[in-house]
Every structure is written in structure tokens, then in C-alpha cells.
Design a protein around this ligand. Sequence first.
Ligand SMILES: [Zn+2]
Ligand SMILES: [Zn+2]
Length: 366
Amino acid sequence: MQIKAAIVSERSGSFAIETVELCEPRPDEVIVRVVASGMCQTDLHGRDGYFDNPYPAVYGHEGAGIVHAVGNAVRGLVPGDHVVMSYPWCGACANCRQQRQNYCVHGRSLKSGGARADGSTLLSKNGAPVYSAFFQQSSFGTFALSQERYTVKVRNDAPLELLGPLACSGQTGAGAVLNVMKPQPGESIAIFGVGAVGLSALMAAKIAGCNPIVAVDVHDWRLALARELGATHTINHNACGDVVAEIRKISGGVRYSLETSAVPAVFREAIECLMLAGTCVLLGSARKGSEVTFEMPFLQQGRMVRGVVQGDSVPQEFIPRLVDLIVAKKFPIERMIKFYDFADINLAAKESSAGIAIKPVLRMPL
Ligand SMILES: [Zn+2]
Ligand SMILES: [Zn+2]
């Protein structure tokens, strides 16, 4: 079928909305009419060649929409279902078999290889391949093809155009708190960086009853939003001489800290602000070769540092749980969203990179 998709023709090129051909679904695949798609830094990293993916390419991995067609082996979805397309996994490797699919050993190639696992492409233009299947979905289009396994049905009374970000940034931040840290009410947390991931974590920390909740960022306007969404204390990193001392003054050292900035010096602060036996979770996606140092005796005191991908979320369970929280107005994701028409995708990318839009969401034309 013919669809419109935002094509990047060369490394760091701009997005151009063009008509392309989307292939028919295989037995375990579904075609989704994309209603709205979040934009994540990872899409722009793809555009800019971080993953050595081929061009021309279509990105987008936070798609929400309505099932349009299903392959003949699909049992759990029917046309008309409201869905969120989550991250892909192979389903067969050692981690996938333990329901740790967010650490699928084939995850990287499935996310950024530009094709299905067997190398086939989903899109073509005038008979030539267009590399898509970004996170096995490429949601920067009016329709997207995904597998049933990671296409999550959601309640149809929820505001669908808000739900795309749950596929990546939402479950990454909220899952780090609710699935990994699992804080008790009254436990302390410090969140470094309150972009889309950090704010999702912050809203989850509020739901869990954390106190204090300390937000650290370099933008006062983001810190003001963090306070409205549940931060009890905020620290502007640029204005504070010693962030670790300030957090210790507030909390005596935090039980949990979350690093989303990918800046090594900030990661070290996120470790150094921990109390004895505290846990630091790293979400910030640093470039290969980035290193950090900290004192060995400090870690010896029962402190733990670990990286987490996609919030250790099992999407079929966790995304509907987050949707329920949105409907109950406990996870006000709309506060971080800025909507753009699909035609304004380059503006969305620019404002995302400039930090003007925390979470751009593209509305697709009917
Ligand atoms: Zn796997
Ligand atoms: Zn993402």
C-alpha cells in the first residue's frame, strides 16, 4: 500500500515527506495506522549516522495508532484495536527466554539495522529499497508495520495521541523506578536530567511515594515543571557549586539516584550522592568510549550501580499499567508533550535538539 513517510536520504540530512510503498504484512505482522508518534533523541542519532544504518531511511519508534490490517497468524489483535508499538526483541535468545527481552542479544540490529531480522526491507520507492524497520516499526509515517509480539493493545478510552512516548521514554523512566528500584514510600531519590525520561521517572517516583524527590537540571523552566510534577527540591546544576553536597544537605544521601544526562561528571555525582547501600541507575546513553571514575571504597559500602534499558519493562504488562495511570491522571504525560503536524517534523527535530520541546509528538494526517 502507498503511505507517506519522512525519509532521510543521507547522514544528517533533513526529513522529507514522500510517498512510498509499504509491503504486505507477514503472518505474524500487523499494519498500524499511525495516529501520533513521539520523537526521541535516538531517532535523531539514527538520522545523524550513529548506528551506521543505511540510507535512505525512515525513523520513529514511539508510534501509537489503530490496527489497520493483520497477518493471518495474528490472534491477539484485530483491525480497529488501539495500540502502542514498543521495542523489538527476537523471542528466542537466552535473555528473551527469561522475559528479559529488553536485553535481547539481537536488540541492536533489530532496532537500527534498517530491515527485518532476515534482511528484508518494509518500504520501497520506485522499486528501490527504503531502509526502515527502525525499532521494527519506523513510525514516522502514516502507516507502520510491526510484529504482533511487541504491538501492545491499549484501552480505547485513553487519549491515543498521548501514548506513543510510552513505547520508549515513558517506560524507560517510569520502569527504572517502578520495575527496578521499587522504592518504598518515604525513600529518597535524586533524578539527574529532567527531560522526557527523567520526568517520567519523577512522575513514577511520586506515584511510589518517594520523599524527598530531588530534580537536577540546567534549565530553570524544566525544573519548574519538575516541581509541578512532584519534585520536592530542585537544583540548577549551573548555579550550584557542589551538587553532591546540596543533595546530602537535603537528604543525608539518597537511597536511589537516576542518571539520564550521559555526561560522565554528572554520572559520578549521581553515584556520590548515594547513602550507604543506595542504588544508582544509569539510563543516559553515552557514546562509545565514554568513561567515568569513582572511588572503590565508596562502592564497597553496599552501593550499587547498574544500567537499565527500556525500564526493564515487559511492554504487554507495563504499558497498559501506565495507560491506566494516565487515564487516572496520575501520570500527566501531556505536561511534557509538544505537538507538531507531521509536515513540521524538521521543526520538531530542531526544537528537540535545542531543548525547547521536551517530548515532541508528531500528529499524522488522516
Ligand atoms: Zn532475543
Ligand atoms: Zn527512544
